[in-house]
Design a protein around this ligand. Sequence first.
Ligand SMILES: [Ca+2]
Length: 96
Amino acid sequence: MNGNEDEKHEFSFALFDVHNAGYFDFEEFKEIITKFIAHFCIITGSHSKVDSESLREIFEKMDTNKDDIVDVKDYKSALKENPGLFNWFELLNQLG
Ligand SMILES: [Ca+2]
């Protein structure tokens, strides 16, 4: 992993870590994605909705040490193993 990727991951992690706590849990993750998708639907006029089970699946993939929170270390190693894991547009396509 090069420096740029590392910085990108830290930046995108910070979007989820709204309380600046160094981690986020499933409820926080779900809330952020729900808001994001609501905005997306307003902008595009589409009717995607959040499927809690798919979100749980994504969350569990990110929580590499399975302690029910995702910290920056989990987040980076999950993305390193699976760079497409957190592609917003892929996610939205799956939901749509
Ligand atoms: Ca974890």
